[in-house]
Design a protein around this ligand. Structure first.
Ligand code: TTP
Ligand code: MN
Ligand code: MN
Ligand code: MN
Length: 368
């Protein structure tokens, strides 16, 4: 063959946290299909299967070009038999029968609609689907007993399923900054989640808040919530202690101050006039937006920043790398070295990557 026809050899590391994954890539047509199958596996609580499809999709996102033939994939990691057969079918026929029948299935569509309600998880949605319910409206019509989160979820269903734009995220940032600075002027507020990775839209806006003086951040969350509530900016809020700690995985948590780490799931009421200056003044129009607020002690800030920036698969792979390759246990609070039997301190994300023996990957390349 002519040199231009030779399939380039691509070396790809097997953990997503060892690779750079940009937001825009060349294989959306394939990754969207694989992610439908991943989502469907999540709906049937088959985590192993779902992660396998997500890892396959993630490998394709890291490729520097669009895949044309299945041969180009033979030396790549994480591509299982099932994923390869789906990819092959799409490359040859343009679509995969399994993906299309999943997409069309009543079960999948109902699970998608019901888990799309804020406060509804897979277990609850599955129970409702087995009872014959298909949509948020069915929940209202059949008078289902809903908790406060789910009531808000149904009430603001349309808004909460309308992607949040970067512009809206910036307006929310200004509000959160104002609230926090009014209460604790030296506090540091970081936009995390998808917007930190460079996404143009998101399903919510994520913030991490800390203070350079350890302990000054204590009891800050309830004050922020009260401030926002007094301004009439909150449609819903629930503050909880962070539940991300996987205690079953061992001691990836700092010994003393973890109880200060708080999270608030909220729904903001955002005046449209703040977004669109052309909006009619008389029409009091607003929209609901999901906002996550997290307060972290300064000593855990680097871990919290890394843990809340995502993507979810990138985070999962970081923890798997830490455990399987380094004998360490990583959480969004701390990094524990099981061999040395000690916690490793870090004041930046770069230091955490160094502790883990990984090349630093900037947020914009963590879109695994
Ligand atoms: P999400 O807001 O769910 O996802 P996202 O911001 O990447 O994407 P989207 O645009 O859809 O909002 O989560 C943000 C990150 O926070 C994600 O990497 C996972 C992580 N995270 C949790 O979801 N829960 C937790 O308790 C912790 C500590 C982190
Ligand atoms: Mn590219
Ligand atoms: Mn988010
Ligand atoms: Mn979030």
């Amino acid at each position: 063959p002519k040199p231009s026809e030779v399939t380039p050899v691509i070396r790809m590391k097997s953990y997503a946290c060892q690779r750079r994954t940009p937001l825009k890539h060349h294989n959306s047509f394939l990754t969207e299909a694989l992610e439908i199958l991943a989502e469907n596996a999540e709906f049937s609580e088959n985590e192993g299967r779902s992660v396998a499809f997500r890892r396959s999709a993630s490998v394709l996102k890291a490729l520097p070009h669009a895949v044309r033939t299945i041969d180009e994939l033979k030396d790549l990691p994480c591509l299982g038999e099932h994923s390869l057969s789906v990819i092959k079918e799409i490359l040859e026929d343009g679509t995969s029968r399994e993906v299309e029948s999943t997409r069309q299935s009543e079960q999948f569509q109902a699970m998608k609609a019901l888990t799309g309600v804020f406060g509804v998880g897979v277990k609850t949605a599955d129970r409702w689907v087995r009872e014959g319910l298909r949509s948020p409206l069915d929940l209202v019509d059949t008078g289902q007993k809903l908790n406060h989160a789910q009531q808000a979820g149904v009430q603001y269903y349309k808004d909460l399923n309308t992607p949040v734009t970067r512009k809206e995220a910036m307006v929310i940032s200004v509000i959160v900054e104002k609230a926090v600075k009014a209460l604790l002027p030296e506090a540091i507020i970081t936009l995390t989640g998808g917007f930190r990775r460079g996404k143009e839209v998101g399903h919510d806006v994520d913030f991490l808040i800390t203070h350079p003086e350890e302990g000054a951040e204590e009891k800050l969350m309830p004050k922020i919530v009260n401030w926002l509530e007094d301004q009439g900016l909150l449609l819903y809020q629930k503050t909880t202690r962070n539940s991300y700690l996987e205690s079953k995985d061992g001691p990836a948590r700092p010994p003393s101050n973890m109880d200060r780490f708080e999270r608030c799931f909220s729904i903001f009421k955002l005046e449209q006039s703040k977004i669109d200056s052309n909006a009619h003044a008389e029409a009091s129009s607003w929209r609901a937006i999901r906002v996550d607020l997290v307060v972290s002690p300064y000593s855990q800030f680097a871990f919290a920043t890394l843990g809340w920036t995502g993507s979810k698969l990138f985070e999962r792979e970081l923890r798997r790398w830490a455990g399987q390759e380094k004998g360490m246990s990583l959480s969004s609070h701390a990094l524990y070295d099981s061999k040395k039997k000690c916690y490793l301190q870090a004041s930046s994300e770069e230091e955490i990557f160094t502790h883990l023996g990984l090349e630093y990957i900037p947020p914009s390349e963590r879109n695994a």
